[in-house]
Write a protein that binds this ligand. Structure first.
Ligand SMILES: [Fe+2]
Ligand SMILES: [Fe+2]
Length: 472
């Protein structure tokens, strides 16, 4: 296993693909299907080339190369983080044993399912974002969108490699199915709900890359701990790419908030609509929506499946090795919120079955850091309004709060009362239409749309005015 990537091959890789002819042929026959999918479901805006980073090594430093690339010629490849020959299983009943280089028969079905569910999210987001290029607020943003898109395509490759290399015929069938399901499709939708929602505008895109890609970070973090070493190493490298996606979300919302605050001060009003800005009230509703649908991705708070994944060593906790406990959790308990007799109460639950809850708590704390950051921007601009995360039980369709109606501040309500307040809390058709009305493309280098501030700096040391994208 080397840290550098072989680009002379049809499929760039650092897994010595040419050493396994059968696998190489199988993946080479999947490649044109992927490219067809990219052509049909990938970015709809025609471009000549885009300033993209491409992975050239998986090492700590200098893993990326930057240059203008025609999108369909992006070198999607297979990159696993370097193998640690001494790595041992960090948790569960196999704790202390060497990690697995092959899939143990007893865990085959479960591991394949975990990989398919993760793999399904990757192309889904590309499909959801297909039309956004038509309304990009700047060339800088357009480039970031395409960078995220090609990397999500590469994450699909990462999962497809595992399916082909380790799961035989059923793995190959699942790899085909990953291209057959489509986001929002009536007959064959994507597996998880949030990946069938549309991403109709750029505020939704920034929110998606903040909240939903961040869910991805936490899911990948648990798979990085896996005893199945190829999965662990794949996820370790995907996490490096994922960091940029979340940067796009974090700084995207920064720039919306900054612009709104600026207009509020300049015109001494909360309603910045006449000046082409997005009112904070709408930003808050988008936060409420994207946060709550992303929380659903963590599944039920309690799950015996997930307990079994942990005990079996398939999926660990966020930063498992930094946790100060026995990594078995057979004796531990956790307090999990439930709705009982019309009240939200904390129920003591065996820690092993509350692992989804554990992961969600890590995620919630991380999301709060974004709020703090955006509120600092408001404070520095002299604006009194603040953004906040809604209660975890708000607008939920999965887990303990599904079927209950909670306000953003966590009060239980009747379905009718909740419905009557819904439009105060979640984006209305009118809100979305207003945001859509602002979505007009700005393709001139150095120019930016009215509703968002320019970034502090460009990509890879280039200025904001750089021609990140050449349209065709
Ligand atoms: Fe991804
Ligand atoms: Fe991502």
């Amino acid at each position: 296993m080397s840290t550098s990537v072989d680009y002379t091959e049809r499929i760039p890789n650092n897994v010595d693909l040419s050493g396994d002819r059968r696998l190489q042929r199988a993946l080479e026959s999947w490649q044109p299907k992927f490219l067809r999918w990219w052509g049909e479901m990938g970015p709809a805006l025609p471009t000549r080339d885009v300033y993209l980073r491409t992975a050239v090594s998986v090492g700590r430093e200098g893993w990326a190369h930057f240059g203008h690339v025609p999108l369909p010629e992006y070198r999607w490849g297979i990159f696993l983080a370097e193998r640690d020959p001494d790595r041992r299983i960090a948790f569960g009943e196999h704790k202390g044993e060497p990690v697995w280089q092959q899939v143990p028969g007893e865990y085959r079905a479960d591991l394949q399912r975990l990989i398919v569910v993760q793999g399904d999210t990757e192309p889904a987001s590309v499909e959801q974002q297909r039309h956004l290029g038509m309304t990009a607020p700047s060339l800088y943003d357009l480039r970031n969108l395409f960078q995220v898109n090609v990397e999500e395509g590469r994450h699909l490759w990462a999962m497809v490699y595992l399916l082909h290399a380790y799961f035989g015929r059923t793995g190959r069938e699942e790899a085909e199915a990953l291209l057959r399901r489509n986001s929002g499709s009536d007959d064959s939708p994507r597996i998880l709900g949030a990946f069938n929602e549309e991403t109709p505008d750029w505020l939704a895109f920034y929110m998606f890359t903040y909240f939903t890609d961040r869910d991805g970070k936490y899911q990948l973090g648990t798979l990085k701990e896996s005893a199945f070493d190829p999965l662990s190493r794949t996820c370790a490298f995907m996490l490096k790419e994922e960091a940029h996606h979340m940067f796009v979300g974090t700084t995207g919302v920064d720039r919306v908030v900054e612009r709104t605050a600026q207009l509020m001060r300049e015109h001494d009003t909360d309603d910045v609509r006449p000046y082409g800005g997005i009112p904070l009230e709408i930003v808050q509703k988008y936060v409420n929506f994207h946060y709550s649908v992303s929380l659903d991705l963590f599944g039920s708070e309690t799950s015996t499946n997930v307990a079994n994944y942990f005990t079996g060593g398939l999926k660990g906790r966020w930063q498992e090795e930094r946790r100060k406990d026995d990594h078995l959790l057979t004796e531990d308990v956790a307090a999990v919120a439930q709705v009982r007799d019309g009240r939200v109460v904390e129920v003591e639950t065996p820690a092993l079955v509350a692992l989804n809850h554990d992961l969600r708590c890590e995620y919630v704390a991380d999301c709060q850091s974004g709020m703090n950051r955006w509120n600092r921007i408001l404070e520095n601009a002299g604006v009194d309004l603040r953004l906040r995360l809604p209660h975890v039980g708000f607008n939920r369709h999965v887990g303990a709060f599904a079927g209950h109606h909670l306000s953003p501040d966590g009060r239980l309500m009747s379905a009718e009362d909740w419905a009557a307040r819904r439009d105060d809390w979640l984006p209305t058709e009118e809100d979305k239409a207003y945001v859509r009305s602002l979505m007009r493309p700005v393709y001139e280098p150095g120019k930016i749309a009215s509703w968002v501030a320019p970034p502090r700096s460009g990509i890879n040391g280039q200025p904001f005015e750089y021609e990140y994208v050449h349209l065709s």
